[in-house]
Design a protein around this ligand. Structure first.
Ligand SMILES: Cc1cc2nc3c(=O)[nH]c(=O)nc-3n(C[C@H](O)[C@H](O)[C@H](O)COP(=O)(O)O)c2cc1C
Length: 361
């Protein structure tokens, strides 16, 4: 249960961190869309471990294979299956974990739920599972490109260091100009130095990923339970280590009065409706209003730290555990393509849902 996401653009991910492979099956991708392995691989390379000195040094080439559903660079309308084989499997790093639960990991809860777990690397709870999501996100983007939608995510905050970025103009090129993926170059330098310091201290930090979707037309979203922000929230919060989600002004909206906060409407010369401000984050009543969709996601500090901490054994005796192995001191730079992928999956699903209910279009 719980491994399939979406209604019309439907993805099922599979695989454990140290099993044979991770991947995804997409059902519902429209036919005749341009899908290239290069585009999928480019997204996976942004997610890949070992990509810079501030990510985990675990070595995985993450080479994608398309097994079905695509021929000569075009989608067939049949299920698209994609696979990435796992390469770097150091199971001896994990011997102690058969006996002890790592603090703030999913070891204890998986045992409570299933009575069995894939111990190495966190199994299914590992961020390795998101390979399938990112590959599917690249396909979802092919759907969205047909609608003129563009998605850009970036690191807004690492621990207490905050960058300033204009969501209306930020580009992926600016985001990828540095290894922390923060387009504010001054803040980026501070973030990188801070992550390096934190790594040396055997500690970890979290932060915030922001993401904008530009070009979404008014009308996407299915009230009441499948409101656009509800689906975005579910998709983004299903990412490992994601603990907070906001749309538009989010929690900071409470600092305003209604007069200050409202997004007043105006019509341009072509009677195209926009709003002067965008505190709604492009969504009202669960439906896109044509303004850029703006969301933020908070990621916790990486659970594994190189320090002895208190825990319990699998037979519930008190003990301690020392963090070891290769880990991300801060998950934020690699979380950017994951957030973009989840936003793309939700929007592609809603694009198809909107087409399905408009009989004339
Ligand atoms: C991009 C990314 C990389 C991650 N890398 C690590 C890691 O190296 N070490 C670790 O302990 N947790 C890492 N995590 C987080 C864990 O997978 C996650 O915290 C854990 O499975 C518990 O789930 P929860 O935090 O969602 O409750 C990563 C998460 C993301 C999004």
């Amino acid at each position: 249960m719980g491994n399939t996401f979406g209604r019309l653009f439907r993805v099922t991910t599979f695989g454990e961190s140290h099993g044979g492979a991770v991947g995804v099956v997409i059902d519902g991708c429209p036919p005749r869309l341009s899908i290239t392995l290069e585009a999928i691989q480019a997204d996976l390379d942004r997610r890949r471990p070992g990509q810079s000195r501030i990510t985990t040094q675990r070595k995985e080439s993450d080479t994608a294979q398309i097994l079905s559903g695509v021929q000569n660079g075009l989608s067939l309308g049949t299920p698209i299956a994609m696979l990435v084989r796992n390469e770097d499997q150091r199971s001896k790093d994990y011997d102690e974990l058969r006996e002890k639960y790592r603090p703030s990991h999913a070891d204890f809860t998986y045992d409570q739920k299933y009575g069995i777990r894939a111990v190495e690397g966190g199994g299914r709870a590992s961020a390795r599972e998101t390979v399938g999501r990112v590959a599917a996100g690249a396909v979802a983007r092919a759907v969205l490109t047909a609608y003129g939608v563009e998605i850009v995510g970036w690191v807004e905050q690492v621990h207490q260091i905050r960058g300033v970025t204009d969501p209306s103009t930020v580009t992926r090129k600016q985001v990828d100009a540095n290894i922390v993926r923060c387009p504010d170059s001054k803040a980026a330098e501070q973030m990188i130095a801070h992550i390096e310091e934190i790594r040396k201290a055997g500690d970890s930090v979290g932060g915030i990923v922001s993401c904008v979707a530009r070009g979404v037309p008014a009308g996407w979203g299915e009230p009441v339970f499948d409101k656009l922000e509800a689906d975005l929230g579910k998709g983004v919060l299903s990412l490992p280590a994601c603990k907070g989600f906001e749309v538009g002004s989010g929690f900071t909206g409470v600092d305003f009065t209604g007069i200050e906060h409202n997004d007043e409407f105006f019509a341009d010369d072509e009677r195209q409706v926009s709003t002067f401000s965008n505190r709604s984050g492009g969504i009202q009543g669960g439906i896109s209003n044509g303004m850029p969709i703006f969301i933020r996601a908070a990621f916790k500090p990486t659970a594994t730290v190189m320090r002895e901490q208190r825990t319990v054994t699998v037979s519930h005796e008190n003990t301690t555990i020392q963090g070891r192995g290769r880990h991300d001191p801060c998950v934020l730079p690699r979380a950017v393509p994951m957030v973009e992928a989840m936003v793309a999956l939700v929007l592609a699903d809603h694009a198809l849902l909107q087409s399905a209910i408009q009989m004339s279009s």
